[in-house]
Design a binder for this molecule. Structure first.
Ligand SMILES: NC(=O)c1ccc[n+]([C@@H]2O[C@H](COP(=O)([O-])OP(=O)(O)OC[C@H]3O[C@@H](n4cnc5c(N)ncnc54)[C@H](OP(=O)(O)O)[C@@H]3O)[C@@H](O)[C@H]2O)c1
Length: 325
C-alpha cells in the first residue's frame, strides 16, 4: 500500500481507502451482505488499508456499526473518516443537511458512540448546509470538537470553490472529499486550484487533502457491464442514475470497451486502470474505493501496480477525452 499524509496533519490515509457506503446495505440493491463485508474489511486491513470512509447515512448507522464490529480493537488504530450533518428525522424521512453547531456536536457524539472510539480521526461536513448555518459557525463547532480531543482533523465534502475559499479563510481545514473519475471531472479547474499548485521546481504541492469519491462511477468503469444498459432493482440508486441509461450509456461505451481492451493487453482489471487514472491526477491525495466483497477489492488493489505506467494511460486518453460530458 502507499500512504498519503494530509497536509498540516499527521493523518496517514491509504492511497486506496475503503469506501463503506455500499456495505451499509441501503440504496445499493439487494446483494450487500454483512459476512462478505466483514471479509472485505479483513482483506483491506491485511493489504495495508487502515483507512475507511463511512458516514451516519450509510445504512443509517449500519455501515458504522459493521465497520466497528469487524475491526474490533483495530478500530482504535484505524484512520476512520466519517461525516456530520445529514439527518433523516425529517418530515417524510428525506435526508437533509443541518450543519448548525448543535447538530454537528450531537451528530459527532453519536458517531463516536456507534464507532466505539474516543476520537474521530477525520470528520467532514457531508453536504453543504440546507438549514442556513454559515460555514464559519459550523467550522467553529468542528474546531471546538478538535480542541476537546474528539476529532483530530476536519474538512468538507461536496463543496464548490467559493465554499472552500470561505472555509480556508475561517479554519485549518485538512481535507475536501469530492467526486472524481474518468467520467466525472468537475474537480479539475477552480476546485483543484484551491487544493494545491505547482511549485517553482515544477512539482505539485498539495495544500488541502483531496479524497476522490466514486472513482469507479458506481461500478460503471469496472468493465463488468456490457451491451444494453443494466437493469437494477428499485432498491439500487443506479436504477435512477442517468449514466446507466440512454443516451449517456451509449456515449460511455467506447471508454468501457477501451478499459477492457487495454486491461486485457496488460493483464490488469479495468477497475484497476480506472482507479490508477484517478490516483495519477494532480491534486488527488487518495481514492475512496467502494466494494461489496473481497474479490472486488482484490481487483481494485491492482491499481497500485499501474501508477508508474504511462502507455496504458496514453492508449486510454482519447476515450477518456471523448467521454467528457
Ligand atoms: N461524501 C459523499 O457525498 C460521498 C458520495 C459518494 C461516495 N462517497 C464515498 O466514496 C466511496 C466510493 O464511492 P462509491 O462507493 O459511491 O462508488 P465507486 O467506488 O465508484 O463504486 C463502488 C461500487 O462498484 C462496484 N464495484 C467495485 N469494485 C468492483 C469490481 N472490481 N468489479 C465490479 N464491480 C465493482 C460495487 O458495486 P456492485 O457490486 O453493486 O456493482 C461497488 O459497491 C463510497 O463508498 C463512500 O465512502 C462519498
Amino acid at each position: 500500500m502507499r500512504y498519503r499524509t494530509l497536509p498540516g496533519t499527521d493523518l496517514q490515509l491509504a492511497a486506496l481507502t475503503l469506501g463503506c457506503w455500499a456495505i451499509g446495505g441501503e440504496w445499493w440493491g439487494d446483494d450487500a451482505d454483512d459476512e462478505a463485508a466483514r471479509a472485505l474489511i479483513d482483506l483491506a486491513w491485511e493489504r495495508g488499508i487502515q483507512s475507511f470512509d463511512t458516514a451516519p447515512l450509510y445504512g443509517r448507522g449500519h455501515a458504522d456499526a459493521l465497520l466497528a464490529d469487524a475491526l474490533g480493537p483495530r478500530r482504535h488504530e484505524a484512520t476512520i473518516v466519517t461525516k456530520v450533518g445529514v439527518r433523516w428525522d425529517t418530515p417524510g424521512g428525506h435526508p437533509r443537511s443541518d450543519l448548525s453547531p448543535a447538530h454537528v456536536i450531537a451528530d459527532a457524539e453519536a458517531s463516536l458512540r456507534r464507532l466505539g472510539v474516543d476520537v474521530i480521526p477525520l470528520l467532514l461536513t457531508h453536504w453543504p448546509c440546507e438549514a442556513k448555518t454559515p460555514i464559519e459557525a459550523t467550522l467553529a463547532a468542528l474546531e471546538g470538537l478538535r480542541e476537546a480531543g474528539k476529532v483530530r482533523a476536519y474538512g468538507l465534502c461536496n463543496a464548490g470553490p467559493e465554499l472552500v475559499d470561505r472555509a480556508l479563510a475561517a479554519a485549518p481545514i485538512a481535507a475536501l472529499q469530492t467526486p472524481y473519475s474518468m467520467i466525472r471531472r468537475d474537480f479539475e479547474g477552480a476546485l483543484r486550484d484551491r487544493c494545491g499548485a505547482i511549485d517553482g521546481e515544477g512539482r505539485w504541492r498539495q495544500r488541502l487533502g483531496v479524497l476522490a469519491y466514486e472513482p469507479l462511477a458506481r461500478g460503471l468503469l469496472s468493465g463488468k457491464f456490457e451491451g444494453a444498459p443494466p437493469r437494477f432493482p428499485e432498491s439500487d440508486l443506479r436504477a435512477r442514475d442517468p449514466r446507466f441509461a440512454e443516451p449517456i450509456w451509449s456515449r460511455l461505451q467506447p471508454l468501457c470497451e477501451a478499459l477492457r481492451r487495454v486491461g486485457a493487453a496488460i493483464g490488469a482489471p479495468p477497475a484497476a486502470l480506472a482507479l490508477a487514472w484517478v490516483l495519477r491526477q494532480p491534486g488527488v491525495s487518495v481514492a475512496l474505493v467502494g466494494a461489496k466483497r473481497p474479490a472486488q477489492l482484490a481487483e481494485s488493489l491492482r491499481a497500485l501496480d499501474l501508477l508508474e505506467r504511462q502507455r496504458p494511460f496514453d492508449a486510454l486518453a482519447p476515450f477518456v477525452a471523448a467521454a467528457r460530458p
